[in-house]
Design a protein around this ligand. Structure first.
Ligand SMILES: Nc1ncnc2c1ncn2[C@@H]1O[C@H](COP(=O)(O)OP(=O)(O)OP(=O)(O)O)[C@@H](O)[C@H]1O
Ligand SMILES: [Mg+2]
Length: 384
């Protein structure tokens, strides 16, 4: 197992950043991609729903679902290498799902019919696993194109990190659910539309049509017949992508914050990777409260430090005010130290799951990480 993320960037071809909601997947993916580009790699980052200011700062704001190169000047400023490139794509998951459909439909007319079907519009946004599936399908395409030295993939916000690995199965299950199967039978092989569902089915459909309109029922039937044709392609692609993710040139970076839930999910995900023989590279624990121990943590020592500080002196505070400030500072500091120590205990739990695992810590910073300078600033922690 590599010891540092910088080696991972130079060795692997695909990195997938996974973790629970809000822990810093997008930030980590962007920062690692930038770091690789600055070390001479032709890099692509597939990012999902980045904070607007981050998208702006990468020049992606007006872009949508297309690959765009991030300004070379920005990427190469003070960089160790002047040959790398950073390309980025803000993945529109609906568009990516449409592309998958287009790929597997039997002809262009069928593509048009499916995409224009109101049932499709409803269902493609809400099918379990559809978003993750679409993101992975896109990765699969880019990997096949062979244009990049390294592709870094951000993953969608999910309530549970494991949803990501379960996406293809969930999508299959959703499509194969009894309710959907029933509708699919509506337009059975050549026969009359209502015959296959039998008497009680026809009755239910008629009742249903009263509420939702018979056009909707028609749309539904047409949709499932058309959709049925592309399912085989879907499943095959899911299997191919799954096996791609097990190759040794891929690496999973598990991002967590020190919160117990996020750590639990990172541990569960790690377990799943091990079970599935998938290539784990390390944990990134982001937003860690830093510890700044004070040599002599007494009010007197703090007060003496305040008295010696020219900027405090300039305030012209009275002795009593300085004493009160010293007590308040000490109390605030000890609370921060408690948070820092809780975070280290959480990280120790991670370490206990895998003694040899790489664990990278990134401190909780004062500001959001929304521009290139700050992304580069994260390098010193991520690559340490
Ligand atoms: N180390 C840090 N210190 C302070 N703020 C941070 C740090 N890392 C990330 N952030 C900020 O936290 C917010 C969430 O980060 P990010 O969007 O990367 O998380 P995410 O895991 O991709 O979230 P989602 O699950 O919603 O996609 C952003 O505003 C980001 O700038
Ligand atoms: Mg994100």
């Amino acid at each position: 197992m590599p010891a540092r993320l910088v080696d991972v960037l130079l060795e692997r071809k695909i990195l997938v950043c996974v973790g629970s909601g809000g822990v810093g997947k997008t930030t980590t993916a962007a920062s690692l991609a930038l770091a690789a580009a600055r070390r001479g790699k032709r890099t692509l980052v597939l990012t999902i729903d980045p904070a607007r200011r981050l998208a702006n700062s990468l020049g992606l704001e007006a872009l949508g679902h297309q690959v765009q190169e991030v300004s070379r000047e920005l990427v190469r400023a003070n960089a160790p290498s002047q040959t790398g490139e950073l390309h980025a794509m803000m993945l529109d998951q609906k568009a990516a799902f449409d592309e998958v459909v287009a790929r597997h439909a039997k002809d262009p007319a069928a593509v048009q019919r499916i995409l224009a079907n109101p049932v499709y519009a409803q269902i493609s946004g809400s099918l379990a696993g559809a978003q993750e599936y679409a993101a992975m399908a896109k990765l699969h395409d880019f990997d096949r194109a062979g244009t990049w030295d390294l592709i870094i993939v951000d993953t969608p916000p999910t309530s549970h990190a494991l949803d990501f690995l379960d996406a293809p199965r969930k999508l299959s299950e959703a499509i194969d659910s009894p309710a959907i199967e029933w509708f699919r039978k509506l337009q059975g092989e050549g026969g009359s539309r209502w015959s296959v569902v039998g008497k009680s089915g026809t009755f239910i459909l008629k009742r249903l049509a009263k509420f939702v309109g018979s056009k909707f029922i028609d749309d539904l039937g047409v949709f499932f017949t058309e959709f049925n044709d592309i399912l085989g392609g879907f499943r095959k692609r899911a299997e191919e992508t799954f096996s791609l993710l097990r190759e040794a040139r891929v690496g999973f970076v598990l991002v967590a914050s020190p919160e117990p839930m996020a750590i639990n999910e990172a541990m569960a995900f790690h377990q799943r990777l091990v079970e599935a023989s998938m290539p784990f590279v390390g944990f990134v624990v982001n937003k860690v409260h830093p510890s700044h121990p004070i040599a002599t943590p007494t009010p007197a020592a703090i007060e003496a430090a305040l008295a010696a500080d020219p900027s405090v002196l300039a305030l012209g505070l009275s002795g009593t005010t300085r004493t009160m400030a010293a007590h308040a500072l000490l109390a605030a500091h000890s609370e921060l130290e408690i948070l820092a120590s809780a975070d280290q205990q959480a990280i120790a739990r991670l370490r206990a799951t895998d003694e040899r695992a790489m664990i990278v810590q990134v401190p909780l910073l004062r500001d959001d990480v929304h521009d290139v300078t700050r992304l580069v600033g994260l390098e010193r922690y991520l690559l340490a």
